[in-house]
Design a protein around this ligand. Sequence first.
Ligand SMILES: NC(=O)c1ccc[n+]([C@@H]2O[C@H](COP(=O)([O-])OP(=O)(O)OC[C@H]3O[C@@H](n4cnc5c(N)ncnc54)[C@H](O)[C@@H]3O)[C@@H](O)[C@H]2O)c1
Length: 369
Amino acid sequence: MSEFRCKLVKTVDDSYDIEIGRGLEGRLIDDIAGGAFGKIRNFAVITDTNVMELYGAKICEELKNNGFNAHLFVIQAGELSKTRETKSFIEDSMLGAGLRRDCMVIAVGGGVVSDLAGFVAGTFGRGVPFIIYSTTLLSAADASIGGKVAVDTPLATNQIGVFYQPKKVYIDIAAWMTLPAREIRCGLAETIKHACIADKEFFEYLENNIGKVFEFDLEVCENIAKRNCEIKYNVVMRDEREQNLRAVLNLGHTVGRATETASGYALLHGEAVAIGLSAQLKLAERYGYISHENARRVEDLLVKAGLPITIPKSIRKQLIIDKLYTDKKVRDGKLRFVFQKEIGDMMCFDGSYTAEVCENDVAVVLTQM
Ligand SMILES: NC(=O)c1ccc[n+]([C@@H]2O[C@H](COP(=O)([O-])OP(=O)(O)OC[C@H]3O[C@@H](n4cnc5c(N)ncnc54)[C@H](O)[C@@H]3O)[C@@H](O)[C@H]2O)c1
């Protein structure tokens, strides 16, 4: 018998900048032309059918105008495009266009585009660099930070993917002005979630200023974008691979994701998260983790943001319960939740941020909703 040890100790610096501002297309092109990402000449600009006309095509054209070889790949807008099939379609199209390992992927759009394009970048040629040009509040608040990129399958959302960090993220606040109000509200659901997890003062700020986001008050929008990045970064940097702490970002997502899939994606992600937050609050109150007053404050803020906190009648509660078992936190066939501790802090149970919850308790809470 013989043995050979492949020693592969790695030191990796995946640091990147997030630039927050208005109309950042020019900044992106200047960075590329100025060599901020090396000497890359070939680009795959991935966008969706809504964002293409607004931002995607313009960025692709500007790259070409600056002498780069750029190709535009457009997916149908919406969560239903975040599939293995769409990923294969983009990869085949990229290969067909002659793109190889020396290219860079630029995701222009919201979380669907960045999750999909990031996953493409993570596996195309065994990994090519990618940039996110974020055009939604939800992706600014959440999807742009943390390096989780994935697709959905008929059985579960975001379960097939990789950890892959972008080289830079541009958060274009001006793009929020073309967003439908429903999408703004979805971004606010993740924003409220962040405040519940980590920052009581930010929660109070939201209570006083949330309406100004719909008026595109630039100071408020920028503040919200920045605080979201800081909160998510502070969690992700301590637990990139979700060994424990990162699970707190799942607040509201246990019932949220199950409700989203049970609705056949009629509910948008942020709307489902708001419902999930409300379910979590009811359970947390039941177990004594949050006072009745604070639980109502969070629900009031969700309602103020125009978000749902009850389950639409068309969705069968049993279907939600069935879907709960596809959640990534399920262990030994048992449901697990993360819970907020009042506002701005999280419950920790003997060193773990997730706690086992019996199905019956969830069923009772869902019936109240
Ligand atoms: N990777 C992560 O860590 C992470 C975190 C949270 C959410 N997500 C994922 O993000 C996705 C949701 O993100 P989203 O809400 O940004 O979804 P999205 O990309 O589908 O965008 C929402 C809608 O807005 C449109 N749109 C985007 N920008 C626009 C603009 N500026 N003007 C007008 N229309 C615009 C899109 O075409 C789409 O119809 C989900 O798939 C979710 O799983 C990922």
